[in-house]
Design a protein around this ligand. Structure first.
Ligand code: PMP
Length: 303
């Protein structure tokens, strides 16, 4: 694999191979990291990072939930992100900031130094070539999301992705494109690394943040774009079988963008391809990057 040349680590830009940590780092043993996934898009006005500040705000919020402070301000993280893109001459990229408990004691409660790094690399369609048009076949996972008051789903923490890996790896092993997890209530939660939207009679329905999901920035952006376009959006709890009964279904996230789902558990969803509401949202969302959708909220942050 070809890695980019430069990475930002603990306040400085370093060659990729020099951005290392110790094997006894706390995060490696206990999952004590928080991270983000951010995308930079090519636009007619040059590269733009989608909601960079909101992602870095969520990074700080995730650390707060897990009782540590990131030793870099929002402005410092934003500037470091831009530097990584510029130094690697990347104009369309996936960006991965991570903050974690490093080396500094062995106990669970060790007050270790907090390390921070930001890497970026070109990353195409996360769930496979062509899936933004064709859609994927999904399944409901045999693994549920963690119950409230166990592990906070609202933090984007490394340890949470043990759940995501179980869901995603099971789905791939069974031949599906992605897995969908139910909350501990048995109601719909989210995909392994994506939020869900169901469409009934032209109205968008998405599970609420109380359903053990990550409050996705793409999810929020689509709610705003849909309402602006006059579409109705409802946040509500839904049972599993609604996946089979809805007219349209899609997943969304920074990596997955807007991926239609054409079947769940072998049952065709709607017409078995991206429906009109899904396609409208794809146009509105990707329109932000080619100029068709005006950026009225200042979501495009220039490199
Ligand atoms: N849920 C999970 C579990 C995720 O990992 C992600 C990706 N960060 C999402 C939802 C979507 O969030 P976002 O739109 O902020 O990328």
């Amino acid at each position: 694999m070809q890695y980019p040349e430069w990475i930002w680590h603990n306040g400085e830009i370093k060659p990729w191979a020099e951005a290392t940590t110790h094997v006894m780092a706390h995060a490696l043993h206990y999952g004590s990291s928080v991270f983000e996934g951010i995308r930079c898009y090519r636009t007619p006005d040059g590269p733009a990072i989608f909601r960079l500040s909101d992602h870095n705000r969520r990074l700080h919020a995730s650390a707060k939930i897990h009782d540590f402070a990131i030793p870099y301000s929002l402005d410092e993280l934003n500037a470091a992100t831009r530097e990584v893109l510029r130094r690697n001459r990347l104009d369309a990229a996936y960006i991965r900031p991570v903050a974690f408990r490093g080396l500094g004691g062995f106990g669970l409660t060790a007050e270790t130094p907090i390390e921070v790094s930001i890497g970026a690399w070109p990353w195409g369609t996360y769930l496979g070539e062509g899936v933004l048009e064709s859609g994927i076949d999904a399944c409901v996972s045999s693994w549920q999301r963690f119950a409230p008051n166990t592990i906070p789903a609202g933090a984007k923490a490394g340890g949470n992705y043990l759940s995501g890996q179980l869901v995603a790896r099971e789905a791939r092993r069974l031949g599906f494109g992605e897995g969908i997890a139910l909350a501990s209530t048995g109601l719909l939660s989210e995909g392994a690394g994506e939020n869900l939207f169901l469409v009934f009679d032209g109205v968008l329905h998405t599970p609420p943040v109380s359903a053990a999901l990550l409050n996705g920035i793409t999810r929020h952006s689509l709610i705003v774009l849909a309402r602006q376009a006059g579409l109705e959006v409802v946040e509500r709890d839904m049972p599993r079988e609604y996946l089979y009964l809805c007219d349209e279904l899609f997943m969304c996230g920074t990596a997955a963008e807007i991926t239609p789902i054409r079947s769940v558990d072998g049952r065709q969803v709607g017409e078995g391809r991206a429906g009109p509401v899904t396609r409208r949202l794809q146009e509105l969302f990707f329109g932000l990057f080619d100029g068709r959708t005006p950026d009225v909220h200042g979501w495009l942050e220039r490199v």
